[in-house]
Ligand binder design. Structure first.
Ligand code: WTA
Length: 659
C-alpha cells in the first residue's frame, strides 16, 4: 500500500501498453537536449501551419525581451479551426458544451469555422481592427471561445476578465488595456440560479473616462438586463447575419495575441502579454505530449474557467490547434448534485481530465461513494494544475478516479497516469510535468522539465542547489511561450522577473526542492502572493480593498493553511477612530472584499485587532500573523515595537475563530 510517507520513493511507471502507444517518447528529451533551439524549430514547423516560414528561432539580443520564430507569419484562428476543416476533419466535434441547467450544444470544427468567421466579420463591422484590445467578460459558453478566436483571426488582442471578478476589477483591467469593445453575456447559471454579468459591465462603465465604444451581449439566461442606447448590442442581432466567409491575414509570429491580468506582489494586477507563434507552439506541443492526445479518438476535458491562463492554453489554443474534441462545462461541480463531474465524464466518455487539486480534495471530502457510482473507465490520463498536489489527494485521484473501471467492477490493473503540471500565466504553457508514457510518476511531485525547457533551483546567490536541498525555482533559458512583457509596463516586467538574478535566470516566485532522485517538488510562493483554490491572489490587493472601507485604518492579510482550498485569506484590521465593532463588522468587511474584488478573494476570517505587529521601523510582521492564523506558536516576537501585542491577537483568534 502506498502511503503518503513514502511518496518520494514510490513511483508508478507507465504500463508497457501505454508506453508502447505513447505520443511522446523519451527521444524527445534527447533531441531537445542535443539541440534545444533546433527542437523547438522542429516542433513549431511540424505542429503549426505557417504562412511564411521563420528564418531565425530565437532573438534574445534585447534580453529580457524575447522574440521567437523571427520572420514567421501565421494566424492562430486558422491553426485552431480552418486547417482542420481543410484537412477533411470538419465533422469532428470541437466542443461538447454542457450548460449547468442541463442544456447541451455540440459544435463541429466546420461549425466553429463558420462561427469564428461570423464573429470576426461582426467585430470588424463594429470598428475593431488589428491591434485593438477587446475585453471578454463571459461565462463558460461556446461564444467565449468563438470570441477569442475571432479576435485572434483579425489580430485584435483579447483581454479575458474572469466572470467572477467585480465591476471594479473589470474596470481597472478595461482601463489598463484601453479596450474598445467588451464582449459579455447577460449572465450565466451558477448553483442552479442565474448569475449576472451585464450589470457589472454597466457599473464598470458608469463612470466616464473609459475607452469602450461598444458592448456586445450574448443572451444566455432569461433575466432582464438594461441596455444603453448606441453602446450595447445583442450578439444575436449582430453576429448570426454575418457572412461565414472571412479571409484571414497572416500575423507576424510576435504579433500580440492576448493580455491576461494576474496578481502580483503589489496592488495593481499585471497585464501579462503573450504573442502568437511561440505561445501557440508551446501550448499545442505540451497539450499533445503531456496528455498523450490522440485527437481522432480522445475526448478531452479541462475543468478550468477560460478566465484563467489554464483556460486560454488548455481549452482554447492548445486543444483546438491540435484538433481535439473537448467538453466544456458552465457550472459548479455540485449542481444539481455532487456527482455532476463524474456524470459528465461518463456521458461523454472523457479520456483526459485536467483539473485542480482543490477540486480533488473537495471530492475526497464528499466521499468516494459518489464517483464509485459512475463508469469512469474511459479516463486514460489525469492532469492537475494550480498548486502542488498533496500526496493524499494524488493517491486518491489515482485509486478512486484513475482506477475506476465502472460500478461494481474490479479496479483497473493499470490506472490512468497522473501528470502534475507546473507552470504560470507568465510561462504560457507547461514547464515542469511528467510525460505520461515515459516518466515513472511520483505522488505530489511535478518532477521534471518538459522537453526543451531548462529549469533550476538556486540559492539566494543564484547558485544551483544539490539533491535533497531547496531554493528558488528559476528558468535558465528563454522558452517559446514565455510572456513578452507586462502590458504598458516594461520596467515592472524587468523588476519582477529579471532583476533578482539578472537576465540569466527567470525568477518564478516559487520555492522548490530536489529530492534524492533529482525530481522537483514545488513548495509554494516565496512572495506575497497567495494561492486560494489554485487562484493567485495578492495580499496587498486585498489589503488595499480593506482600507478602502470607511471603517478600516490599516489591514494585514495572510494566507493560512486550508484543508480544501490550499490557502485561505485571513485578514487582520485596525479600525479608524470613531468606529467600533457592533458584532457585524467582520462580516461586513468580508463582503466588502467580495464586492471590491470578487467572491474568490472573500476572506475566510477577518479579525479586528487593536494593533498590528510591527517592527520598530514600522514593517508589519506578516510571518507572525500567519502563525496565528494557522493556530501555530506565535514565534519570535522580540523585534516588535510592542511584543505583547501578539499574545492579545492570538488570544482573540482562538476565542473568535477557534484556531
Ligand atoms: C502555482 C496557473 C505547484 C505556482 C497555471 C505558480 C503550482 C502559480 C502548480 C501560477 C503545480 C501552478 N504545482 N504549484 N503543478 N501549478 N502552481 O499564473 O505557485 O494562475 O507560480 O497559473 O501557481 O499561477 P497562475
Amino acid at each position: 500500500m502506498t502511503t503518503t510517507e513514502n511518496a518520494e520513493t514510490t513511483t508508478f511507471p507507465p504500463s508497457e501498453e501505454f508506453a508502447a502507444n505513447a505520443v511522446a517518447t523519451a527521444e524527445k528529451y534527447e533531441a531537445a537536449t542535443a539541440d534545444r533551439l533546433g527542437y523547438w524549430a522542429d516542433q513549431a514547423r511540424s505542429t503549426l501551419s505557417w504562412d511564411t516560414d521563420f528564418s531565425e528561432v530565437l532573438d534574445w539580443s534585447e534580453a529580457p525581451f524575447a522574440k521567437w520564430f523571427i520572420g514567421g507569419e501565421l494566424n492562430a484562428a486558422y491553426n485552431a479551426v480552418d486547417r482542420h476543416v481543410e484537412a477533411g476533419r470538419g465533422d469532428r466535434v470541437a466542443i461538447h458544451f454542457e450548460g449547468e441547467p442541463g442544456d447541451t450544444r455540440t459544435l463541429t470544427y466546420a461549425e466553429m469555422k463558420d462561427e469564428v468567421a461570423r464573429a470576426a466579420n461582426a467585430f470588424e463591422s463594429l470598428g475593431v481592427t488589428k491591434g485593438d484590445r477587446v475585453a471578454v467578460y463571459m461565462p463558460m459558453i461556446p461564444e467565449t471561445i468563438v470570441t477569442m478566436l475571432a479576435c485572434a483571426r483579425i489580430g485584435a488582442v483579447h483581454s479575458v476578465v474572469f466572470g467572477g471578478f467585480s465591476a471594479d476589477a473589470l474596470r481597472s483591467r478595461v482601463d489598463d488595456a484601453e479596450a474598445k469593445l467588451i464582449v459579455t453575456a447577460d449572465g450565466s447559471y451558477r448553483r442552479g440560479k442565474p448569475s449576472m454579468l451585464k450589470p457589472n459591465v454597466d457599473e464598470a462603465l458608469s463612470q466616464p473616462g473609459h475607452t469602450v465604444e461598444k458592448v456586445l451581449v450574448v443572451k444566455r439566461n432569461e433575466e432582464e438586463v438594461s441596455f444603453t442606447e448606441g453602446r450595447d448590442l445583442w450578439w444575436h442581432d449582430v453576429v448570426p447575419g454575418q457572412s461565414t466567409e472571412h479571409s484571414y491575414v497572416p500575423h507576424d509570429s510576435e504579433h500580440p495575441l492576448f493580455i491576461l491580468y494576474t496578481s502580483g506582489t503589489t496592488g495593481k494586477p499585471k497585464g501579462i502579454l503573450h504573442t502568437t507563434g511561440g505561445y501557440l507552439t508551446q501550448t499545442a506541443v505540451t497539450h499533445r505530449d503531456s496528455f498523450d492526445l490522440k485527437p481522432e479518438q480522445d475526448v478531452y476535458w479541462c475543468s478550468a474557467d477560460v478566465g484563467w491562463i489554464t483556460g486560454h492554453s488548455y481549452i482554447v489554443y492548445g486543444p483546438m490547434t491540435n484538433g481535439a474534441t473537448q467538453v466544456i462545462y458552465e457550472g459548479t461541480p455540485d449542481t444539481p448534485h455532487k456527482g455532476r463531474l463524474w456524470e459528465i465524464v461518463q456521458k461523454y466518455k472523457v479520456t483526459q481530465l485536467y483539473t485542480a487539486p482543490t477540486l480533488i480534495r473537495t471530492c475526497m471530502k464528499w466521499g468516494r461513494e459518489i464517483p464509485d457510482q459512475y463508469d469512469l473507465s474511459s479516463l486514460r490520463v489525469l492532469g492537475t494544475v494550480g498548486e502542488a498536489i498533496n500526496p493524499e489527494a494524488w493517491l486518491w485521484f489515482r485509486e478512486v478516479i484513475g482506477a475506476n473501471n465502472g460500478p461494481g467492477k474490479e479496479p483497473k490493473e493499470h490506472p490512468a497516469p497522473i501528470v502534475d503540471t507546473w507552470w504560470q500565466t507568465e510561462t504560457g504553457g507547461h514547464m515542469i510535468a511528467p510525460l505520461p508514457g515515459v516518466t515513472a510518476t511520483k505522488p505530489g511531485s511535478a518532477q521534471t522539465p518538459v522537453p526543451g525547457i531548462e529549469v533550476g533551483i538556486v540559492d539566494e546567490m543564484g547558485e544551483e542547489v544539490g539533491r535533497g536541498e531547496s531554493g528558488l525555482l528559476v528558468v535558465k533559458e528563454p522558452w517559446p511561450g514565455m510572456l513578452r512583457g507586462i502590458y504598458n509596463n516594461p520596467e515592472r516586467y524587468k523588476d519582477t522577473y529579471w532583476s533578482r538574478f539578472g537576465t540569466d535566470l527567470y525568477f518564478a516566485g516559487d520555492g522548490a526542492r530536489y529530492d534524492d532522485d533529482g525530481d522537483i517538488w514545488l513548495m509554494g510562493r516565496v512572495d506575497d502572493v497567495m494561492n486560494v483554490s489554485g487562484h493567485r491572489l495578492s495580499t496587498t490587493e486585498i489589503e488595499s480593498a480593506l482600507v478602502a472601507h470607511e471603517s478600516v485604518a490599516e489591514a494585514a492579510v495572510v494566507g493560512a493553511k486550508d484543508a480544501t482550498t490550499g490557502e485561505a485569506v485571513v485578514a487582520f484590521v485596525i479600525l479608524r477612530g470613531g468606529y467600533e465593532d457592533d458584532g457585524s463588522l467582520e462580516e461586513t468587511l468580508r463582503n466588502h472584499v467580495r464586492a471590491e474584488i470578487g467572491p474568490i478573494a472573500k476572506p475566510r476570517n477577518v479579525l479586528i485587532v487593536p494593533e498590528l505587529p510591527k517592527t520598530r521601523s514600522g514593517k508589519i510582521m506578516r510571518r507572525l500573523l500567519k502563525n496565528v492564523a494557522n493556530g501555530d506558536e506565535v514565534g519570535d516576537a522580540s523585534t516588535l515595537a510592542d511584543p505583547t501585542i501578539m499574545e492579545k491577537i492570538a488570544e482573540d483568534m482562538r476565542t473568535k475563530h477557534g484556531s
